[in-house]
Design a protein around this ligand. Structure first.
Ligand code: A2P
Length: 268
């Protein structure tokens, strides 16, 4: 870039960091992940989300994204859909290593361990890109310190959409910090809704008919000892939240921990 071009480039506002993209991986024509360097001052708790984006003319174009890497990592990871008409994702899907992206200075969110009261089994229920915050939490040592079992469920429409989840589970198992505990405590249950698979159907249906617990070989939900985190589309959250409340779970927040927490998978 020439000196003139650099000078002409609009400067990002001071409430944003600029970070360099390190790697990009495309899974399907609708899904990709990328990593970038972690700004030195960025603090967050595993499971939180942050605003990220690109400059659009003079202005930043930002969307909320769950951070898919754990709080201790010196790299940030994200998992995104590619929406052809999405103002941000239509551009973000073309980023390459070496490009710059904008990152907000204030990560936040409710899918954090502190928003849950102590329990024995932790269920991380996700659909689609809603698995992203759980990619962070399954590499967080505190997750395994607090729970005897960690059950990650991922439901998608078609088989290739499960690849990212398989990869992050394999990464957790190979991670020197949490690998041993992940191998002993982490279960990964996948289901598909529009293609044949070992386990078929929406997570709501699998809870309703008990297929989730049969697949696990464990007891059905018990609000006394199970804790649940939920992340997916708005209709998925709505339906799962209703089920959790019906079963006697109480919704937690940063101010008042409970037995389940929910967060929308943002990118659209
Ligand atoms: P389905 O194929 O039956 O719609 P999406 O890409 O639309 O977010 O969907 C991701 C996954 O979430 C799909 O398997 C989809 O199932 C499922 N899903 C969609 N709506 C709900 C809901 N209200 N409750 C549970 N799962 C849902």
């Amino acid at each position: 870039m020439t000196d003139q071009a650099i000078a002409a480039k609009a400067a990002p506002p001071p409430n944003l960091y600029v970070a360099r993209v390190e790697s990009v991986r495309h899974y399907t024509d609708r899904l990709f992940s990328f990593t970038c360097e972690r700004p030195a001052g960025l603090r967050f708790r595993s499971g939180e989300f942050v605003m990220i984006g690109l400059m659009s003319g003079e202005r930043p174009l930002l969307r909320a994204y769950s951070i898919a890497s754990p709080a201790w990592d010196d790299r940030l990871a994200f998992y995104s859909i590619k929406a052809p008409d999405g103002p941000l994702t239509s551009r973000l899907q073309n980023i390459q290593s070496g490009d710059e992206i904008l990152i907000g200075r204030k990560p936040t969110g409710t899918l954090v361990l502190d928003a849950l009261t102590p329990g024995k089994r932790l269920f991380l229920l996700s659909t689609g890109t809603g698995i992203a915050p759980f990619a962070s939490l399954i590499r967080e040592p505190e997750t395994y310190a607090r729970y005897d079992q960690v059950i990650l469920t991922h439901t998608c429409r078609f088989a290739p959409e499960l690849d990212y989840g398989r990869e992050i589970v394999a990464e957790a198992a190979a991670d020197p910090l949490v690998g041993e505990e992940a191998a002993a405590k982490l279960r990964h249950i996948t289901s598909l809704t529009r293609q044949s698979h070992e386990l078929e159907g929406r997570i709501t249906a699998l809870i309703g008919d008990g297929a989730l617990f049969s697949a696990l070989g464990g007891p059905v939900f018990d609000p006394a000892s199970d804790r649940i985190m939920i992340c997916g589309s708005a209709p998925m959250l709505h339906d799962l939240k209703a089920i959790a409340l019906e079963l006697g779970f109480t919704e937690g927040s940063n101010h008042e921990p409970g037995s389940f927490v929910v967060e929308r998978a943002f990118a659209s």
